[in-house]
Design a protein around this ligand. Structure first.
Ligand code: ADP
Ligand code: MG
Length: 499
C-alpha cells in the first residue's frame, strides 16, 4: 500500500449559451465556421469603445450557483486581468477577482471555491502550410463561466464523475452545451501527491514529518501541484490525472521532488509532458474595470436568489433519486437522467404505472431492449441520436401484456421490434398473428354479460356517476378474455350496455 495520497482540484471553463457576446452585441455562435464574422469594434478592442454587461450571461452563472447551493453575490464587479497574448486584443481579459458571482457550494460532495464570469479569448490556428499563426476573433468576448473546486478530490474517477455531473447540470440549466470535444467545456486538473503519515503504522515516525505540517496554511500540507491542460474529453482527463498521480508518486518514492509546472496531455502517447514552468504567480495587476458599472445584484429583482431557485428545473441528481426511489436500477436511472430521450419517455410511461411492479419492468425493457434498438439504428443507418421509434402507447401495451403474463418476455422483445415498423398496435399484431386468441364481437357481448352479472354493485356505482367503476369493469372483462380482447371495444360495449 502506498503512503502517498493524491489530491486533485479542478478549474472548469464553460462557454455560455447566449444570443450575443459578453460585452457587446456580436453574435455568440460556436458553430460559425467562417473566421472573423461575428466581430465588432468592441470585441476587437478598438480604442474608444465601451463594454456593456450581458444580463443573460450573469443570469446563467447565478442559476448555476443557485443549483450548486453556493452563496450568490449581492454585489459584484468585473476586473481587468492584464497580460499580453495575440488572442487577447485588449491586452487584458475582463474577469472577476475579488467579487465572484458565486462563492462556495458543492457538487457530488466536492466543495467549490467559486464560480465567476469572464470573457473567452480569440482562437489561434496554426497553419502548417505557411507556418503562420492565424487568429479568429469569433470567440473573442464570448461569455465564459469559470468554476473552481477546492483541492479535495482524491481520484481520477472522482474527478471524471464531477466533470460529467457538471456537464449534465449545465445542459439541464440550458447554460452551456458543454461539449468537451468542441471546447465548449474545458477542464484543467491540478494534481499533487502528498506523503500520508497516518498510513504509517509506527506512531514514532509521526514526529519525523512534523516539519511538513508546521504551517497554519491548510494547503501547505498538500504536495506541490502540477496543472494539466488540453484535456479534450472526460476519458483523456481521467487518464491524464491517473498518469500524473503515478508519475508524481514514483518521483517521491525515489526521493525526488515534483516541480511546479503546467503540463499538457499527449493523447497519442498517453502521457503528460512539460509545457511551461510556473514562474511564481504571474502578476496580472487585477483592478476593477473603470468602463463597467459594478452591479448591486441585491437590488435587481430578476436576479433575486429566491426567484432563481423557484424557477429551477428538476436537477439531475433529483431526477436520478426520483428514479431509484421508483425501483429503477442505479445504472438505468443514470441513463434516463443523462439522456432525455429515455428519461422523457420513461416519465410518460411510468406516470401510468404509479410505481407498481410494472415500473421496474418498463425501466428494464427501456434500458435494455429499446437501447439496443436505438444502437442498431445508429449503426445501420449511421444516424446520430435517433428518436425512440416506438410510441409510449405501444410500449405501455407491451409492458401490460408482459405484466399480466399474457405474453412471454421473448414475445415481448419480438413485439417491441415489430412496433418499430408495424403500424398496428402490439395487441393487434399479437392477435392477428395468433399469439393471443382473437376475440369476436359475439365473444365480447358474452363477456360483458358475465362481467355485469358478476359485478352488479360496481355497475350500479357506474350508473350513479362513479367514473372509476368503468375502468374496473373493463379490467374484469380483460381478465375474462384472458387479455386477448381490445380494451377499447370492451369499454364501448360496457358503456353502451349501462347507458
Ligand atoms: P493558483 O494560485 O496556482 O491558481 P489556486 O490556489 O488558485 O492556485 O488553485 C487553483 C486550483 O488548484 C484549484 O482548483 C485548487 O483546488 C487546486 N489546488 C491548489 N492547490 C493544490 C494542490 N496542492 N494539489 C492539488 N490541487 C490544488
Ligand atoms: Mg488561481
Amino acid at each position: 500500500m502506498s503512503n502517498y495520497v493524491p489530491t486533485i482540484g479542478l478549474e472548469i471553463h464553460a462557454e455560455l449559451k447566449t444570443r450575443t457576446k459578453m460585452f457587446c452585441d456580436s453574435k455568440n455562435d460556436p458553430d460559425e465556421k467562417r473566421p472573423n464574422v461575428n466581430i465588432c469594434p468592441v470585441c476587437l478592442a478598438h480604442p474608444g469603445t465601451l463594454p456593456v454587461v450581458n444580463r443573460e450571461a450573469v443570469k446563467h452563472v447565478l442559476r448555476v450557483g443557485a443549483a450548486l447551493g453556493g452563496k450568490l453575490a449581492d454585489y459584484t464587479e468585473f476586473d481587468r486581468k492584464n497580460y499580453f497574448y495575440p488572442d487577447l486584443p485588449k491586452g487584458y481579459q475582463l474577469s472577476q477577482y475579488e467579487y465572484p458571482l458565486v462563492s462556495g457550494g458543492e457538487l457530488n460532495n466536492v466543495a467549490l471555491t467559486r464560480v465567476h464570469l469572464e470573457e473567452d479569448t480569440a482562437s489561434s490556428l496554426h497553419d502548417d502550410a505557411t507556418g503562420a499563426t492565424l487568429i479568429d476573433y469569433n470567440r473573442a468576448g464570448v461569455p465564459l463561466m469559470e468554476l473552481v473546486t477546492e483541492p479535495v478530490i482524491t481520484s481520477a474517477k472522482q474527478a471524471g464523475d464531477f466533470a460529467r455531473e457538471l456537464q449534465l447540470l449545465l445542459r439541464y440549466l440550458g447554460a452551456s452545451e458543454a461539449n468537451m470535444e468542441k471546447g465548449e467545456m474545458r477542464v484543467e486538473a491540478n494534481v499533487s501527491v502528498r506523503f500520508d503519515k497516518s498510513q504509517i503504522p509506527n506512531p514514532k515516525s509521526q514526529t519525523n514529518h512534523k516539519s511538513q505540517t508546521n504551517s497554519n496554511d491548510q494547503n501547505s500540507k498538500l504536495g506541490t501541484k502540477v496543472e494539466i491542460k488540453n484535456l479534450n474529453s472526460f476519458r483523456a482527463m481521467e487518464r491524464a490525472v491517473a498518469y500524473e498521480i503515478k508519475r508524481q508518486t514514483e518521483l517521491l518514492e525515489r526521493g525526488e521532488s515534483v516541480v511546479q509546472e503546467t503540463r499538457g496531455w499527449d493523447d497519442a502517447k498517453q502521457k503528460t509532458f512539460t509545457q511551461r514552468m510556473k514562474e511564481g504567480s504571474a502578476d496580472y495587476r487585477y483592478f476593477p474595470d473603470p468602463d463597467l458599472p459594478s452591479l448591486k445584484l441585491s437590488e435587481m429583482p430578476d436576479f433575486a436568489p429566491e426567484e432563481l431557485r423557484r424557477a429551477m428545473p428538476e436537477l439531475p441528481w433529483v431526477r436520478r433519486g426520483r428514479y431509484t426511489k421508483l425501483g429503477v436500477k442505479t445504472e438505468d436511472a443514470a441513463l434516463f437522467t443523462s439522456d432525455s430521450r429515455y428519461g422523457d419517455f420513461f416519465d410518460i410511461v411510468s406516470a401510468e404505472f404509479e410505481g407498481g411492479k410494472l415500473t421496474a419492468l418498463a425501466a428494464n425493457y427501456l434500458a435494455n431492449d429499446v437501447v439496443r434498438i436505438i444502437r442498431d439504428i445508429e449503426e445501420r443507418e449511421a444516424k446520430y441520436r435517433p428518436e425512440i421509434p416506438i410510441s409510449t402507447r405501444s410500449f405501455k401495451e407491451i409492458i401490460h401484456m408482459v405484466g399480466d403474463k399474457e405474453i412471454s418476455s421473448r414475445v415481448a422483445k419480438d413485439l417491441l421490434l415489430r412496433a418499430v415498423t408495424d403500424a398496428r398496435s402490439p395487441r393487434e399484431i399479437a392477435i392477428e398473428e395468433g399469439i393471443l386468441g382473437a376475440v369476436s364481437q359475439e365473444d365480447i357481448s358474452a363477456i360483458v354479460d358475465t362481467v355485469l352479472e358478476q359485478n352488479r354493485g360496481v355497475a350500479e356505482d357506474y350508473r350513479a356517476g362513479k367514473a372509476a367503476a368503468l375502468q374496473y369493469l373493463v379490467g374484469q372483462g380483460m381478465k375474462a378474455a384472458k387479455g386477448a380482447a381490445d380494451p377499447e371495444a370492451l369499454r364501448e360495449a360496457i358503456q353502451k350496455r349501462l347507458s
